[in-house]
Design a protein around this ligand. Structure first.
Ligand code: FMN
Length: 381
């Protein structure tokens, strides 16, 4: 589920109430979840080349920030990547298509980071085969590192630490220019195709469709609960469990401290938190100034890894030109209640038998802090 990080509950004004006391003001000044953000500072601070590359790869975008990667470093110069099957999203991503895309983002970032250090990585995706219906204990990829003086650094790597999924309302007065769309489309390296638009009529159609898809996700109890269960509210929770859908900063911390924001309140469809949350999410979606999407000819696990690779590249290219991208995956999901909108989005985007792997809104908003990450040691088997 998409939630704007700063504005969702601003209307309730918890921060203002809390700041009225001295203790409250001190509390508000110390709310950055520094432990959860430390991996962004530690990136590149490792001597061993595989760990060094991994310290960047864990910063990859991935659905609901589940960070489902696990790596085996027991063989020298090699990494075996597995998926942590306790970190899947069975309701919103029943075939783990999106989880696999996130693993593709991880692999491309790993490749770029290794290239930066003069290592070529050879990646064999799903070397022991795969199941199109579910991910299992078999490796997602075998990765071999070899020193190679001819390997070229990737210019997109420069934007890794600034890259975000920008879940903020976009500036309604700032159009996305044609050349920005061209930059995005030129960033792809794999087998995926991309399309993009800034045409008001199509943008309007997609705003409505993404809005309807979000409503279905929220109104379907099991899919909504899957998101709410992953809410991490306030500094303590985020530091302890640096994943999922994080609500950090003085506003959310104070609302949580005052008992005004909790997972239970978010699940209660009669609560103010629920109503304000939905209003904010919808306003967010309605601020789209353009869209970009990725499609693939077929929908194999290999295609999904390739889509992830290209998504990471596109997200970095957008960062490089100061353009915000915010994936909105609800209409691309594969549970029965969403089927009709799944068909609609494929038709509207002219997919013509191809699978739409990613859809995101585009626009401009102020920078936001990075999202939490588990450190690499938590991900090494
Ligand atoms: C396959 C995929 C699907 C995603 N779908 C959504 C989405 O529907 N809504 C959303 O707010 N973010 C979505 N995201 C963005 C993730 O939530 C985001 O990558 C994650 O929270 C980490 O944040 P970061 O990208 O800013 O580092 C998606 C990302 C990927 C890779």
């Amino acid at each position: 589920m998409a939630i704007t990080r700063r504005k969702t509950l601003a209307i309730i004004g918890g921060g203002t109430i809390l700041a009225a006391t001295t203790a409250g003001a001190a509390f508000l000044g110390t709310r950055t979840p520094a432990i959860a953000l430390a991996p962004w500072e530690q990136a590149g601070q490792y001597d061993e080349p595989r760990r060094r590359a991994l310290s960047y790869a864990i910063l990859a975008p991935n659905p609901h920030n589940r960070q489902p990667w696990l790596v085996d470093l027991s063989q020298p110069d090699q990494i075996t990547l597995y998926v942590d099957t306790t970190r899947l999203l069975p309701h919103t991503d029943p075939f783990s298509r999106q989880i696999t895309i996130g693993l593709g983002c991880f692999l491309e970032l790993l490749r770029m980071a290794a290239a930066q250090d003069g290592y070529r990585v050879t990646i064999a995706g799903f070397p022991s085969g795969s199941d199109p219906e579910q991910l299992d204990q078999r490796p997602v990829a075998h990765i071999r590192f070899s020193k190679d003086q001819t390997v070229q650094p990737d210019p997109l790597f420069a934007h890794v630490l600034q890259r975000r999924s920008l879940k903020e309302p976009f500036d309604p007065d700032r159009a996305v220019p044609d050349d920005a769309l061209t930059t995005l489309l030129a960033s792809l390296a794999d087998t995926t195709n991309a399309g993009a638009t800034n045409q008001p009529q199509l943008v309007d159609t997609l705003r409505q469709l993404t809005r309807d898809a979000l409503a279905i996700e929220i109104e379907t109890p099991r899919t909504y609960k899957e998101s709410v269960d992953l809410f991490r509210i306030g500094k303590v929770e985020i530091n302890e469990t640096p994943d999922g859908i994080d609500f950090s900063g003085p506003m959310f911390d104070s609302l949580a401290a005052l008992g005004l924001f909790s997972r239970d309140a978010a699940l209660d469809t009669g609560s103010t938190v629920y109503k304000q949350g939905i209003a904010a999410v919808m306003a967010n979606v309605d601020s789209a100034m353009g869209y970009v999407w990725l499609t693939s000819q077929t929908n194999t696990r290999t295609d999904q890894l390739a889509a992830g690779r290209d998504w990471l590249r596109l997200n970095l290219a957008a960062t490089g030109i100061g353009l915000g991208v915010h994936p909105l995956s609800q209409a691309l999901q594969e549970y029965p209640e969403i089927n009709e909108l799944y068909e609609d989005i494929h038709q509207i985007l002219g997919a013509n038998g191809r699978t739409v792997q990613m859809l995101a809104r585009l626009g401009y908003a102020a920078d936001v802090p990075p999202s939490p990450r588990w450190p690499i040691d938590a991900k090494i088997m």
